[in-house]
Design a protein around this ligand. Structure first.
Ligand code: TYD
Length: 395
């Protein structure tokens, strides 16, 4: 297989979800060089040196999908669609997190795989059939033995975290019924390039997928995409509906349309990625200038949503606790800790933005609408937001 050609260097980055406790502030943090490359043969875009899953996904994992109304609604709507369209009687979710998707189904019908045991415990306690395991061939064989084949597999924002895609699909192949459906949902490479959201790249996001990239692996395992939905989730995601080739389900026109869109934009060409890298560099300059200008006027900036994505932005642009006073976040496991690398304190979101706050840096820009709705008071009193996509600006 041809090698990746690196096109973007995002510098030294800490582990994106490794929020620091106060007593650990004096310790030297481990950092990793984050370079992004494209494989022109497979069309897969990935980070250059993935870190071991065991270091990133363990019993201290802070992310909870239930922390956003947008995600809860999206999972609920998908569960309605899935029941109506595919009528599955056995469903497997890979990366079930704290259960926002599986909660929509009867406990008898669903199985969840979640390697972060602190998060998996939550669904186990609720009575769901979940396993604290990584998705690999061994897990698939164990599942098959215990539960038999399934008719529907769903995985949101998880497959892009797994380095060995060959093993992912080999394992899906043995667990999925021949007439079954596999649905993957992940950030869209096309949207990432168009919106300059380079923060989709961090050590957990090994890949940012396109349809053409996904298809190059699927082909090897006799799978094909039969429908694709473009979602607003996470700044633009794709939901790929996949089937085994022997399953004669019709291929929807959406697949052809998406393939055309991606190729027209230049997803298969190195020059597209080089141009993207130039835009990212210029975005860093613009964003830093916005912060410096506001800071020189003695105005107060806080961050909203201490996301893994913002770890990339803050470390790449060298925006630290001199420029952002603190972050607010609703996730308990992030509160009273510090942002990775840049060491900005994170506090509990109290429901009110302090009166002396003039600007909010939107770390969770992907939930912009939900947050603007919540922060009407702040907006009404003249408060402004700083956002880095598609170009850094104050809104
Ligand atoms: P998200 O963008 O889903 O993830 P990632 O870490 O993968 O980049 O994270 C959203 C974060 O923002 C999460 O820590 C919860 C927080 N958040 C709030 O604090 N308030 C809100 O209103 C919303 C929508 C999110």
């Amino acid at each position: 297989m041809k090698k990746n050609i690196n096109f973007l260097d995002l510098g030294l980055q800490p582990l994106a979800n490794n929020y620091i406790k106060k007593n650990q502030l004096i310790n030297k943090e481990k950092k990793y060089r984050l370079k992004i490359g494209v494989n022109l043969k497979t069309k897969l875009v990935s980070i250059n040196k993935p870190i071991s899953s065991k270091i990133m996904f363990n019993n201290r994992y802070p992310y909870r999908s239930s922390k956003s109304k947008t995600m809860i609604e999206s999972f609920k709507n998908l569960s309605i669609l899935v029941n109506k369209k595919f009528k599955p009687n056995k469903i497997l979710e890979i990366g079930s997190n704290d259960g926002s998707f599986i909660k929509n189904f009867s406990k008898k019908k669903v199985i969840g795989i979640e390697p972060c045991s602190n998060v998996e415990k939550i669904t186990k306690k609720m009575g769901f059939n979940t396993y604290p395991k990584y998705w690999n061939y061994k897990t698939a064989k164990q599942l098959l033995k215990k539960n038999g084949k399934v008719n529907l597999i769903y995985s949101a924002n998880t497959i892009s975290h797994i380095k060995n895609l060959d093993e992912v699909f080999k394992s899906i192949n043995i667990v999925l019924d021949d007439h079954g459906v596999f649905i993957i949902e992940d950030p869209s490479l096309l949207e990432c390039l168009k919106k300059n959201t380079y923060d989709q790249f961090y050590n957990e996001h090994i890949y940012v997928f396109s349809l053409v990239g996904i298809e190059s692996i699927l082909n090897k395992y006799n799978f094909e995409v039969f429908h694709i939905e473009n979602l607003k989730i996470h700044g633009g995601s794709n939901r790929y509906f996949i089937k085994k080739k022997q399953n004669k389900r019709k291929i929807n026109l959406s697949v052809k349309i998406q393939r055309k869109k991606e190729i027209k934009y230049g997803i298969t060409k190195l020059s597209t990625y080089r141009k993207f890298a130039r835009r990212v560099k210029s975005s860093r300059k613009k964003l830093k200038n916005i912060f410096i200008k506001i800071n020189s006027k003695n105005k107060k900036i806080i961050g909203y949503g201490a996301t893994a994505k913002s770890t990339t932005i803050l470390n790449y642009c060298k925006i630290n606790n001199n420029l952002i006073s603190y972050f607010v976040d609703t996730t308990k496991d992030k509160q009273n800790k510090y942002t990775p690398g840049t060491k900005i304190p994170i506090f509990k979101y109290s429901g009110l933005i302090e009166k002396n706050v003039d600007f909010i840096f939107l770390g969770a820009w992907n939930f912009k609408e939900e947050i603007f709705e919540k922060e009407k008071k702040f907006i009404k009193r003249g408060g402004k937001f700083i956002i880095h996509t598609p170009v850094p600006k104050i809104i």
